[in-house]
Design a protein around this ligand. Sequence first.
Ligand SMILES: [Fe+2]
Length: 342
Amino acid sequence: MNISLNRFSRAVALTATLLAATSLTAGTARADDSEGIVVYNAQHQSLGQEWVDAFTKQTGINVTMRQGSDMQFANQIIQEDEASPADVFLTENSPAMTLVDAAGLFAPIDTETLDQLPEEFRPKDGMWTGIAARSTVFAYDKTKLTEDQLPKSMLDLADPAWKGRWGAAPVGADFQAIVSALLQLKGEEVTASWLKALKENGTSYKSNTVAMKAVNAGEVEGAIIYHYYWFGDQAATAENSKNVALHYFKNQDPGAFVSISGGGILKSSQHQKEAQAFLKFITGKAGQAILKTGTSYEYAVGKGAASNEKLVPMPDLQAPKIDAAALNSKKVVEMITAAGLI
Ligand SMILES: [Fe+2]
């Protein structure tokens, strides 16, 4: 009795093992072919979609993209912790990457992927990587301002002479990254007084697009935004930028800040291989070429990768040297709040 039961148990165990092996194979196949990966995309939706489509076409790995904003997703990932359904997180700016990294929720990026980027576009710890970059600009009304009337530095906008003449979009992650750079470069006192000047002298808009439209409509003479809003509109109908030109502060000015968009892989991801493949793809030749030929007008950051030729070449931007991984978004949100801007 015992013996036959033992034999029976062994047979059951063997069958179970075989079944498990079969379902494991089926499970792996499912992960590759239909289940795929989930990307929390805080980059512009159109750019995220261009990357996802090209990646799926090349690898057959499906991607479910969820759309949100930098800080919203960073906070959500921290709250979800190990239960996060996200495999990959893409941002517009680096401070949201730094938040998730500081919470210890990223897996190290494959060396092969990191090697595709110059050191200036990735953090030293290798826990996330740059995927694109964007330049701060002063978008101005060219029907009202001549070049000699433009501010030499972004800090000049705090001058009472600029009262009522400029604006920005303080609620957005883009502006918050710009202020983080200002804080890193010039310290708390200068940053606080510049924010105070924006509150007192400037107009707060709800997005970069709205700020550019306001310049175009003659509501203000200029606004601090990122460069690609103008290029995107020019390439479309130009209806929101026909009166607008871009002024680049250059000269390592805080207003010449180049912000790095980031990509990271969640430590909790059950699809590490596919997630790593995705970041390798977007930082590689094909992924970076999408920045050159697509509609994002953001800068490519891969080694040897060219950006759209309509853009001012990256070296000519004369951006200040910034440690992207050390941008302090928490402090900046506190300061922007204290200034009464959000
Ligand atoms: Fe943006």
